[in-house]
Write a protein that binds this ligand. Structure first.
Ligand SMILES: [Zn+2]
Length: 276
């Protein structure tokens, strides 16, 4: 099998206990996994469980529900910054090398501010101190990622997390790797059907399907990975959950988490085989 280690996010949407999901992922053949994070959560317990299963704890996905506040005046933005710093500290505590961060949330937002950059600079400083890489992810509102990369990209703690699905449904298929591929520290590989309406960017198009169940060009994706000499883990971010009033995931929802993990691994192997 190719040179890439393969990982997957544990949040696959089956609502099963963490231990069962970790076991399913290891049994499927994956080398690595990532998790979300909650303030005050038992990150050491998770790390121990992941290690016991023989998996690498590749990254923690930081919360992003209020990350837009970081760009706006007010105490809430400071509180969100402090929360992200606590998440960085937890990564360091359990030797997780990468924290994935969304630069923004909100389809109608397009105005990155200096205040936001000042707050992200505080986060970057904490990451530098802790030896954790921040994987800033391509999401909606690409202006925010661009501003962070322009102003803070000189830091060795600032990296890029490439979400292949977001590129198609949020970034109008602009080549994010051409912009930030040299800073790649993590991948969120997933598939979707592109934009249902080519004029409207919507969360409803962000399907996170298994590779080859959508329209992503996986050979092209792996060619871009190889072009940038990425040697890290290929991580997949997939869900069994339908978006409201959609049925794209009905087949997955009928599976167990064990079947889903096994299917995901088979697809991941197929994707990795397209690389050099
Ligand atoms: Zn993602």
């Amino acid at each position: 099998m190719g040179k890439y280690k393969l990982g997957i996010g544990l949040g696959m949407g089956y609502g099963q206990p963490n231990e069962r999901v970790v076991k399913a992922v290891a049994a499927a053949g994956f080398d690595a996994c990532f998790t979300g994070w909650v303030e005050g959560g038992d990150v050491e317990g998770w790390a121990n469980g992941i290690a016991r299963a023989g998996l690498i704890y590749q990254s923690i996905h930081a919360p992003f529900g209020k990350v837009d506040k970081m760009w706006e005046e007010g105490d809430e933005g400071d509180a969100v910054t402090d929360m992200l710093i606590a998440c960085v500290n937890d990564c360091a505590k359990v030797d997780v090398p990468v924290m994935v961060v969304h630069p923004i949330i909100g389809m109608d937002k397009h105005d990155p501010t200096d205040l936001g950059i000042a707050r992200f600079a505080r986060l970057v400083e904490a990451a530098e101190k802790d030896g954790v890489k921040l994987g800033f992810e391509n999401v909606e509102g690409a202006e925010y990622l661009a501003k962070i990369m322009q102003t803070l990209g000189h830091s060795s703690a600032v990296g890029f997390c490439w979400d292949t699905g977001h590129e198609m449904c949020y970034n109008f298929s602009a080549d994010m790797m051409a912009l930030y591929g040299d800073k790649l520290v993590a991948t969120h590989f997933n598939d979707n059907l592109g934009m249902a309406d080519s004029n409207e960017v919507t969360w409803l198009d962000d399907l996170h399907l298994l590779p080859f169940d959508g329209i992503a060009d996986w050979a092209g994706i792996m060619a871009r990975i190889d072009r940038h000499g990425y040697a890290g883990i290929l991580t997949f971010e997939l869900t069994c959950k339908n978006k409201p009033n959609k049925h794209t995931h009905d087949a997955y929802a009928a599976w167990t988490v064990e079947t889903f993990a096994a299917q995901a691994y088979a697809r991941a192997v197929k994707v990795a085989a397209l690389g050099k």
